[in-house]
Design a protein around this ligand. Structure first.
Ligand SMILES: Cc1cc2nc3c(=O)[nH]c(=O)nc-3n(C[C@H](O)[C@H](O)[C@H](O)COP(=O)(O)O)c2cc1C
Length: 382
């Protein structure tokens, strides 16, 4: 049997603090610190605790060339090699090792920058809720815990040398820009007209033209910028109340300007999925249309392979799309929202996506405002 190490592996010397009850009762220091090596291998997506012997083997067995298992066993011990194979940190050419080996091959095939793969795979949430672990503290709680925040901005010249600029003229975009705000009080009964949904999807995410840059190498023109012109962001829709559209999940096909049905649902099911997607932020759930922004990494990494900036570009791309979506919703008389506090793992499951290939970046949505102010919003006040 041949073995090699997984392609990408970071190991964190993690310190965990706990109350040392025995020491506390003996009148000594009450906090105990334990150290352990935590292996972060993106193809697994789950942390693996390793010991010093396993760490030494991982540091010595390369990820490129396959070598005889027996030779590794002779060097590091059969137990260590067996444990690392079992954990999927070492890979084998044997049938029983197919699952981690194939996940590793999928990772290799995307051309991920190793650090980017690690941050992506280990910053995903599954089943996270608002009330779990203080993920959504209020400003008051933050100030109580951390003191006042750093000031809203900085001044770099305080010596009278700054150059005052003239006040800007009013212009056409202003009306939309000033009306834009993040909605958190959507009308739970309002139905989004199909024509409005269609315009938002086409202008925010649709293709305005296709261009062949080289033989069989196409790019789309969209109304937001995208790194390398590659537009790797795919958009999925959770339709709750869109005129003439059955509730459920759809993929938006930007060239054909069409919705591809993926899963039909009841209204209760879309609401439950919406709540789960946005980690229990129930203020977003009544929005009639939710949009899920998913970066197809192989599209960007085809050009920016193993590139230090590629991951950042994927996040920026989604941000631009989101702002265009906000402005279109505003123009149509509706607030919009975007959130990065999403349960990527639940969304991947619902959409049948592989996180090594398809990176859930954000969830947005829009709908008519209810007029109530149950959850705080920040509208422009002249
Ligand atoms: C990347 C990003 C993540 C956000 N995440 C959340 C969120 O998790 N929950 C939420 O209620 N709002 C979220 N928002 C909305 C911001 O809170 C909002 O933009 C900010 O308070 C300013 O208000 P405005 O958009 O109305 O001007 C997010 C915005 C951005 C750009």
């Amino acid at each position: 049997m041949l073995v090699r190490r997984c392609a990408v592996l970071f190991v964190e010397p993690r310190e965990d603090l706990d109350v040392d009850w025995a020491a506390l009762f003996a009148g000594q220091g009450a906090i105990a610190a334990t150290m352990q090596w935590v292996a972060l291998a993106p193809h697994l997506g789950e942390e693996v605790v390793v010991d010093a012997g396993e760490l030494a083997a991982l540091g010595a067995i390369g990820h490129t060339l396959w070598q005889e298992r027996t030779a590794c066993e002779a060097r590091f011990g059969a137990d260590i090699i067996a444990r690392l194979l079992q954990a999927g940190l070492l890979l084998s050419d044997a049938t029983e090792g197919a699952v981690p080996r194939e996940r590793d091959e999928t990772l290799r095939a995307q051309h991920w920058r190793p650090l980017s793969a690690a941050i992506h795979m280990f910053s995903r949430w599954g089943d996270m809720r608002v009330d779990k672990g203080m993920q959504f503290p209020s400003f008051e709680e933050l100030v109580d815990n951390y003191g006042t925040p750093p000031g809203p901005t900085v001044t770099r010249r305080d010596d009278g040398q700054s150059i005052a600029l003239p006040q800007p003229e009013r212009a056409r975009l202003d009306e939309t820009l000033y009306q834009r705000y993040t909605g958190r009080n959507f009308d739970p009964a309002a139905v989004l007209p199909l024509a409005t949904a269609s315009r938002l999807l086409q202008r925010a995410f649709g293709s305005q033209g296709e261009r062949e840059m080289a033989p069989d190498a196409y790019v789309l023109k969209k109304l937001s910028p995208s790194a390398g012109g590659l537009h790797p962001t795919e958009v999925y829709i959770l339709a709750q109340r869109i005129e003439g559209l059955a509730p459920g999940l759809y993929h938006y096909q930007p060239v054909r300007h069409a919705l591809e049905p993926l899963a039909a649902m009841t209204g209760a099911e879309t609401a439950a999925l919406a709540l789960r997607m946005v980690a229990d932020q129930d203020w977003f759930v009544p929005a009639p249309m939710l949009v899920i922004l998913v970066a197809r990494v192989e599209r960007n990494f085809w050009k920016y392979r193993n590139h230090a900036k590629a991951y950042r570009a994927l996040l920026l791309d989604a941000g631009h799309l989101s702002q265009t979506f906000y402005l279109l919703a505003t123009e149509a008389g509706m607030p919009a929202f975007v959130t990065a506090a999403v349960n990527e793992i639940d969304i991947e499951r619902a959409l049948g996506l592989d996180p090594l290939k398809d990176m859930v970046v954000a969830v947005g949505g829009c709908g008519l405002a209810s007029g109530a102010q149950e959850t705080v919003e920040m509208r422009y006040q002249p």
